[in-house]
Design a protein around this ligand. Structure first.
Ligand code: NZQ
Ligand code: ZN
Length: 398
């Protein structure tokens, strides 16, 4: 097991009706002027926003709302939010929504606390971020894990660069998580969230190296839970217990718990972020569309991790490691298909030209300056190959 530091300071407030605690939690946290960030309006239509603002009123807090964060949220929208938040004099930012809203809320908090710095300079660490104002959230979709993560992701629409920014100042002070809120999710978003949660776990699992039994068992238990609870929730979206399992797994999968002693590489996310940045596809769908190609490209270089995955997560009984690994990949891709996720670029809606594959590969290799994966150093050429394999989708042959 490698050395590690585990820091996951977010207070999780989990369960039915917990959004009613928003006001008292912010008050206890020292907030008085609250800038509420939300997205395209699902929380308005469901009545959630009214319940949250009523709770802030009850706690005697001043608030202002700022809607319009869209999936794959933009830098320009966050900048607009910063201006409004400063004008309001906010000392606290509350995101009511999913990863796109919470990431926008994080950016607005940093911009509010640093009015002289340009947000994109902070994002690229050209200007160090040393302080911010508190951020918390009411989560409405189990997917990105932003409610507990130290990351935030924005897209600069001018150059289509989608970029993550990591800092502990991105950690929410509290995350309110009421599984009932997931009942209004479109099925496609629920399935995309299930995919993202599984991928956050796998991005930390397919790493060769030291023995980390506890970390592996947590990851495998989480993946098995997602498969069974995912199936139950998609069959009956009123199944509170299934939704609760998914929501809790979403946070555990991105709280760093499944990487302790092993690490992470987020190489599938690098491919997915290229697709999300250039074409604006749903984040989880970009991951399922490329995972089969990614895994097929790599599994023979790391049969020990892929065969363990096959046996522990998918119950594969094959004794030969390479054959077992191949079967595990086939079953995982079949699961993504079963829940309605794309498993190729064409299913995602993209039949790319050579030039488009080049652009995506430049994006994912940061203009040929990095390699991805901890299994093999995969450079621009390898990434290009992965995208080519993903066009029609691929799994290892029997
Ligand atoms: O905007 P509204 O109207 O709320 O609709 C949203 C949106 O259309 C809808 N939705 C959310 N909760 C709902 C609901 N509709 C009905 N009922 C509800 N309860 O779902 C759609 C997707 O929302 P979004 O916030 O985009 O989802 P998600 O949580 O998947 O976030 C995706 C973003 O997070 C980033 C992704 O790259 C993407 O930009 N990520 C952030 C990470 C982080 N900060 O740690 C890590 C992730 O890997 C990811 O990269
Ligand atoms: Zn993700």
């Amino acid at each position: 097991m490698n050395n590690f530091t585990y820091y996951s300071p977010t207070r999780i407030v989990f369960g039915r009706d917990t959004e009613k605690q928003a006001g008292s939690l912010i008050k206890k946290d020292g907030g008085s002027r609250v800038f509420i960030v939300y997205g395209g309006g699902s929380c308005v239509r469901s009545g959630l926003l009214d319940r949250v603002t009523a709770s802030l009123d009850e706690a005697g807090l001043a608030w202002e709302t700022f809607g319009g964060a869209k999936p794959n949220p933009t830098l320009a929208h966050a900048r607009e939010g910063v201006k409004k938040s400063i004008a309001f004099g906010s000392d606290y930012v509350l995101g009511v929504g999913g990863g796109s809203v919470i990431d926008t809320a994080k950016a607005i908090a940093h911009g509010t606390a640093n009015p002289d710095a340009d947000l994109w300079d902070l994002w690229f660490k050209r200007v160090p971020l040393t302080h911010s104002i508190p951020i918390s959230c009411v989560l409405t979709i189990a997917a990105a894990g932003s409610e507990v993560s130290g990351d935030a992701v924005l897209t600069n629409e001018e150059d289509k660069k989608k970029k993550g920014f990591g800092t502990d100042l991105n950690r929410c002070h509290f995350a309110i998580m009421n599984p009932d809120l997931l009942k209004t999710l479109p099925k496609y978003q629920l399935a995309a969230g299930i995919t993202d949660i599984m991928q956050h776990t796998m991005e930390r699992y397919f790493i060769p190296g030291p023995s980390c039994q506890m970390t592996d068992e947590i990851a495998e238990g989480l993946l098995r839970t997602m498969i069974s609870a995912g199936r139950r929730a998609l069959a009956d979206q009123n199944d509170y217990d299934a939704l609760a399992e998914i929501m809790w797994c979403g946070s555990l999968s991105h709280s760093d718990l499944t990487e302790l002693g092993r690490g992470k590489d987020f190489s599938v996310h690098k491919l997915g972020q290229a697709l999300g940045g250039v074409y604006d596809y749903t984040h989880g769908a970009t991951l399922s569309a490329v995972w089969g190609a990614w895994a097929t490209y790599l599994y023979k270089a790391c049969p020990e991790r892929f065969s363990r995955f096959a046996r522990k997560v998918w119950g594969v009984e094959e004794e030969d490691d390479v054959k077992a690994a191949a079967e595990g990949i086939r079953r995982n891709v079949a699961f993504y298909k079963e829940i309605g996720m794309p498993t190729s670029l064409k299913e995602l809606g993209l039949d790319p030209t050579e030039e488009e594959i080049h652009v995506l590969s430049m994006f994912a290799s940061y203009d040929k300056t990095i390699t991805i994966t901890k299994i093999l150093p995969v450079d621009y050429e390898g990434i290009k190959k992965m995208f080519e394999m993903a066009v029609d989708g691929i799994v290892p042959e029997d």
